[in-house]
Design a protein around this ligand. Structure first.
Ligand code: E4P
Length: 217
C-alpha cells in the first residue's frame, strides 16, 4: 500500500518524508489556501517545492472546469516536474480531460469521487488514480469504506489498472480498513499515519527491556 500525505504544509511533508514511509503527496485548492499559498505563480512554485522534498507522486489540481481550460492548466502543471500528477474533478469535461491526458501519457488523479459509477468512468477514461473521498461520505452517514470495497470489486472484475487512492482519510483506523479492502494508496493527515506507530504494549515492553538491561549493566 502506498502512503500519501494530504497536505500542502512543507514541514509536515518533510516530517513524513523523514519517517521513510512516504510515497507521495496530495493537495487541493483548500489545502493550498490553508497554508496561505495564493496566486498562480506562488501555487506553481509551491508544487515544485513539494516535489523537491518528496520522492514520489504529487497531485496538483486544475481549477478550470471546462475541457479547454483543464487541458491548458494540466499541461502546464505536468511540465513543472516529472513527479506531478494532474488532479481532475469527476465532472463531464473532467472525464474528457482524463482521456485526453491518458492518451498523451500525462498521469492523472480523478478527484471528488463518491460512487462506484464515477470510479468506473474514471477507469475507462484511463485515470492513473481514482480518489474516493471516504471521510466525506462518513460525514453524511454513508459508508465510505463500502465504496472502496465496491470499486475494488469492479476494477478486479475487469483488470482496470487505475489505482484506488483512498482519500479524505480522517484517522488511523481508516488506513487499516482501506488496507484490508485492498486500496492501492491512501492519503491522509500526518496524525493518521503516526497513529499506526502507537501501541501501549510496545511502550510497556520497551520500558521493561531497558529497566532489565540497566539491572545487569
Ligand atoms: C484528496 O485528494 C483530498 O485532498 C482530501 O483527501 C480531501 O479530504 P477532506 O475530506 O478531509 O478535505
Amino acid at each position: 500500500m502506498k502512503f500519501f500525505i494530504d497536505t500542502a504544509n512543507l514541514d509536515q511533508i518533510r516530517d513524513a518524508q523523514e519517517l521513510g514511509v512516504l510515497d507521495g503527496v496530495t493537495t487541493n485548492p483548500s489545502l493550498m489556501a490553508k497554508e496561505g499559498i495564493t496566486g498562480r505563480n506562488n501555487i506553481l512554485k509551491h508544487y515544485v517545492d513539494i516535489c523537491n522534498i518528496v520522492d514520489g507522486d504529487v497531485s496538483a489540481e486544475v481549477i478550470a472546469t471546462d475541457l479547454k481550460g483543464m487541458i491548458k492548466e494540466g499541461e502546464e502543471l505536468a511540465e513543472l516536474h516529472d513527479q506531478i500528477v494532474v488532479k481532475v474533478p469527476m465532472i463531464r469535461d473532467g472525464v474528457k480531460a482524463l482521456k485526453y491526458f491518458s492518451d498523451k501519457g500525462i498521469r492523472t488523479n480523478c478527484t471528488l469521487v463518491f460512487s462506484p459509477g464515477q470510479a468506473l468512468l474514471a477507469a475507462k477514461a484511463g485515470a492513473t488514480y481514482v480518489s474516493p473521498f471516504i471521510g466525506r461520505l462518513d460525514d453524511i452517514s454513508t459508508d465510505g469504506l463500502n465504496l472502496i470495497a465496491e470499486i475494488r470489486l469492479i476494477y478486479d472484475n475487469y483488470g482496470y489498472q487505475t489505482q484506488i487512492l483512498a482519500a479524505s482519510i480522517r484517522h488511523t483506523m481508516h488506513i487499516i480498513d482501506c488496507a484490508k479492502l485492498g486500496a492501492d494508496v491512501m492519503t491522509g493527515p500526518l496524525s493518521a499515519i503516526e497513529g499506526l506507530l502507537k501501541h501501549p504494549l510496545t511502550d510497556i515492553g520497551l520500558a521493561k527491556f531497558l529497566e532489565d538491561y540497566k539491572k545487569g549493566n
